[in-house]
Design a protein around this ligand. Structure first.
Ligand code: CS2
Ligand code: MG
Length: 409
């Protein structure tokens, strides 16, 4: 079999997605996700200009070799643009291999290690009352684990607190920044945040009991000693995890956090290679790996990362926001089903229009996700519909302290 076509589709049903479609001489096609939120066109250009021409004529069965060729061969290793592009190729090749074998990809990875993947949803609120409503709404939808984010008194706009979408019960495909040529600016006050968040979890535990798994995302905003303080102050509320408590490119910063708290830690949604995790895993500085197949070079390295993490009893918590396309989500569902050290899967449902552009075999029932039994990844792209929904500039917000200083994301 040979690759005869490598096409890049950029489409924007309710947000922007970059998809690679490989076509073979035997008529099989494969899809891969290279969506890089806010930098979509860079990933698309990398694929179109530098990768697609190298793929035509190659044997699509040689997944490992193609991955190494693109990773080692570029000279410029790693980085989010490169690794998103490689991820798309890797996923598309696994999709083709699954279709050729007549099997869902998880079967090729060793078969299912469980019946379904425990998923967590995003609840948030501007007040305790609206937060309670949001949690109730998620429980009604079947979620059995909930991420809790809250507005902070004295902070105008807190990222990840989707006041409107949650209050009206809409699906999640909001773009916190809205669309536009430049990021909107939000504000931030770490001291106010550290004072308020423990009260939020105290309230939620009182309302919803001791058993509901609760998660929280710090969005990389704290210094190590602040993160340590937050982790310790949340211990009475028994979190499933505290995510991205510090900007983790300084892996050793996590030593300090770990020294002071037993709140489990999850990190890595912005990481793109195993080297970003090396110290965190080998020193057991985290409990959950937040990588996304889309930003980590695809299924092949994600599987290897999880096997490495398994030696340290570290589990998966793959990044599943709406800026990972249904193709990227499917890729990590197949990995999550196959590996032994699965932990939890983030799940933010895409909009109805996104679900029309990407038809998925994946299902969510009773709080659990399953990639389905369709051969390959189980996602079909409606190219005609995609073509009618062109790219629109959209950026994540930035945040500034009240004196105007740019803050960590
Ligand atoms: C968040 C994401 O899902 C999460 O944990 O951190 O919403 C993240 O901010 C976006 O994926 C950024 O692209
Ligand atoms: Mg996050």
């Amino acid at each position: 079999m040979k690759v005869i076509g490598a096409d890049v589709v950029v489409t924007s049903p309710t947000r922007n997605f970059v998809t690679l479609k490989l076509t073979t001489d035997e008529g099989l096609t494969g899809l891969g996700d290279a969506t890089l939120n806010g930098r979509e066109l860079a990933a698309a250009a990398y694929l179109r200009e530098h990768v697609a021409p190298l793929l035509v004529g190659r044997d699509p069965g040689r997944i490992e070799d193609t991955w190494q060729y693109l990773y080692r061969g570029a000279y410029w290793r790693r980085g989010p643009v490169t690794m998103a592009a490689i991820a798309a190729v890797d996923m598309a090749l696994w999709d083709i291999k699954g279709k050729a074998a007549g099997m869902p990809v998880y079967q090729l990875l060793g078969g299912a290690s469980r019946d379904g993947l425990l998923a967590y949803g995003h609840a948030s609120g501007m007040s305790f009352e609206s937060l309670d409503e949001s949690i109730h709404m998620h429980l009604e939808r079947g979620y059995r684990a909930i991420r809790v984010q809250s507005a902070i008194p004295g902070v105008r706009a807190v990222y990840g607190v989707a006041a409107q979408a949650q209050a009206t019960g809409e699906r999640y495909d909001y773009e916190p920044a809205g669309r536009g040529a430049a990021p909107v600016e939000e504000d931030w006050d770490t001291a106010a945040y550290l004072r308020h968040i423990p009260k939020v979890f105290e309230h939620v535990r009182q309302q919803f009991g001791a058993e509901l798994p609760l998660l929280h995302d710090g969005h990389h905003r704290l210094r190590p000693i602040e993160a340590a303080k937050l982790g310790r102050s949340l211990e009475p509320y028994d979190l499933f995890w505290l995510e991205d408590c510090t900007p983790a490119e300084s892996q050793q910063a996590l030593r300090l956090v770990r020294r002071h708290t037993v709140t489990p830690l999850a990190i890595g949604e912005v990481f793109n290679a195993v080297w970003d995790f090396q110290q965190l895993i080998s020193e057991q500085l985290i409990d959950y790996v937040r990588a996304a197949a889309t930003h980590f070079g695809g299924i092949t390295p994600l599987r290897k990362l999880m096997d490495y993490a398994a030696q340290y009893q570290i589990r998966s918590g793959f990044h599943g926001p709406t800026d990972v396309s249904p193709v990227g989500l499917a890729a990590q569902l197949h990995v999550g089903l196959a590996i032994h050290n699965f932990g939890i899967q983030e799940y933010m449902p895409h909009s109805d229009l996104t679900d029309e552009v990407f038809r998925q075999s994946m299902r969510f029932a009773g709080g659990y996700l399953h990639p389905g039994e369709t051969p390959g990844l189980g996602v079909e792209l409606d190219e005609q519909l995609a073509a009618r929904l062109p790219y629109k500039p959209a950026y994540l917000p930035v945040s500034r302290l009240h004196d105007g200083t740019m803050h960590d994301w």
